[in-house]
Design a protein around this ligand. Sequence first.
Ligand SMILES: Nc1ncnc2c1ncn2[C@@H]1O[C@H](COP(=O)(O)OP(=O)(O)O)[C@@H](O)[C@H]1O
Ligand SMILES: O=C(COP(=O)(O)O)[C@H](O)[C@H](O)COP(=O)(O)O
Length: 245
Amino acid sequence: MAVCTVYTVQALSSCSISSPTKTHMGLKTKSGRFRGGYKITCSGDTIVIGLAADSGCGKSTFMRRLTSVFGGAASPPKGGNPDSNTLISDTTTVICLDDYHSLDRTGRKEKGVTALDPRANDFDLMYEQVKALKDGVAVDKPIYNHVSGLLDPPELIKPPKILVIEGLHPMYDQRVRDLLDFSIYLDISNEVKFAWKIQRDMAERGHSLESIKASIEARKPDFDAFIGGSPARCRGDASWSLVLK
Ligand SMILES: Nc1ncnc2c1ncn2[C@@H]1O[C@H](COP(=O)(O)OP(=O)(O)O)[C@@H](O)[C@H]1O
Ligand SMILES: O=C(COP(=O)(O)O)[C@H](O)[C@H](O)COP(=O)(O)O
């Protein structure tokens, strides 16, 4: 059984959230029914949505599905880096906050920090670029390459109607958190997320089973310190649950 809890933060000044008669955003249960429908209405030009979760919890998968709900199939930037983490549809651009890692894989190893450690992430750049996009200004965003573990040359991101920032820490930095119009925390049980991570990291990122297991163990304390055990910094005051049996 997989248990998925979605926590939401109420909208900030320029936006409002209501439960409409028609579902605009929700999770589909196995029975095919949507639960917890929300309508997001914003007066600003770019709506910014934050999606937080640990590695392997299904953030990218969830966003691929959600972008098609918001309008059109999503694909990586055309003609760009094949290892880009960005997804673009007619209305929505999803950027992965791993692109703001300040340390690459070797750098993290040398310093003895995990990717979840705030010291491995450049929150100043994250804030500047999310703010610029929200203000309608294009940015040259770095790319963290999950295959090589290196930081690749930047890619141009133009301001979309809906900007989704997904990753480990969309709500950790107060300045970034204040830019969010709506935020979601995906809470997936260890059993499920570790199985998903192992399968994905072996198939798509070329990691060995042993190295993934070691990484999972090494990250547990930082998950508790900076994500799962830090509700004020990654979760809101409303909650939304889904149980898959
Ligand atoms: N809703 C789901 N149902 C079944 N498998 C899923 C689901 N979401 C994710 N997965 C599996 O988990 C793996 C990791 O998901 P991904 O979206 O890459 O996670 P994240 O972006 O949070 O690291 C995917 O490759 C996929 O196989
Ligand atoms: O925690 C994550 C988030 O990515 P995702 O949520 O997509 O798994 C990754 O492990 C880091 O970005 C480091 O990557 P690496 O695995 O290269 O060390």
